[in-house]
Design a protein. Structure first.
Length: 292
């Protein structure tokens, strides 16, 4: 067991878990925050890619490059939708729904990749579906407008886009993780540039800027470096266990600092969702959750 790699992976997941807390302190909307994140990630990871010399030995396969570009679109949408969910609902609820991504991988894999959907896989999907109903508190919404404005749809879309990112990334083996992320964040900058409102950056406090830069440099650049540096030195089983550090930290920060108190039904929903997810992560042949 590689102790240094385990520490780096655990640290990266713990920092990932605090991104919802940081997001709420930046004072800027989701699109603009993701734009800054893409810029910081491009600069930081591009620098790491360069100084490690990995850029000299990259194998640029046309199919893989196109696949990486498409992955980049879904990765950026995943970030935007997740941050918009943070704007509308508690971090705990948003993160729980977001972590349904492995369940979407099972469903999409069975529909489009003709992967066999076993009885236990189907059971995990049903359990997570029930959990999502409990956690969102569907009985509290008196109209479709209330439901659409709750943030549930944004969180669900972020999970779906993340699942698509994972599925499309499965066939990319030639490019290094640095190259993949560099290309994807460049795509993010190009996609978001026409719709970014630079007016939101006016009149921000020093504290806002610290959280904005922290989200870009720490949660994206530094954390991705730790994640990628440790990823290939650990077994799938270890990674599958350590990814739960992310939601645990997010939920702890939400309850201890932001004073979120889940209802009994929401607590049951959280347990059902993560119970179903545990199965998908330990199931042989299922990719573990990657970065946020």
């Amino acid at each position: 067991m590689n102790g240094a790699a385990m520490f780096k992976m655990t640290l990266s997941m713990a920092i990932f878990g605090s991104i919802g807390f940081f997001t709420g302190k930046t004072g800027i909307p989701a699109v603009e925050l993701v734009f800054v994140r893409c810029i910081c990630a491009t600069l930081f990871l591009g620098f790491c890619w360069f100084i490690t010399g990995q850029h000299k030995v990259e194998v640029w396969n046309k199919r893989e490059v196109i696949q990486t570009l498409i992955c980049g679109v879904f990765l950026v949408l995943n970030w935007v939708f997740l941050f918009k969910a943070f704007e509308e609902m508690s971090i705990t609820v948003a993160i729980s729904i977001y972590n349904l991504a492995p369940i979407f991988v099972l469903i999409l894999g069975s529909l489009f990749l003709k992967e066999k959907l076993t009885f236990t896989s189907l059971l995990a999907i049903i359990v997570c579906f029930l959990g999502s109903i409990f956690i969102i508190g569907i009985q509290n919404f008196t109209s479709l407008t209330d439901f659409m404005g709750s943030g549930f749809v944004w969180a669900l879309l972020s999970a779906l886009c993340y699942a698509l990112t994972m599925l499309l990334g499965k066939g990319i083996n030639g490019l290094s993780a640095y190259a993949m992320t560099f290309v994807q964040t460049i795509i993010g900058i190009l996609i978001l540039l026409p719709i970014v409102s630079f007016d939101v950056f006016r009149d921000l406090s020093g504290s806002n800027w610290l959280y904005i830069l922290g989200t870009g440099l720490i949660h994206t650049g530094f954390v991705y470096y730790l994640f990628f540096d440790s990823l290939r030195k650990l077994s799938t089983v270890v990674i599958s266990a350590l990814v739960f550090v992310d939601p645990v930290v997010a939920i702890l920060l939400d309850t201890l600092i932001l004073n979120f108190r889940p209802s009994i039904l929401q607590t049951i929903g959280i347990l059902l969702i993560f119970g179903g997810i545990i199965y998908t992560l330990i199931k042989p042949g299922t990719n573990p959750k990657m970065e946020v």
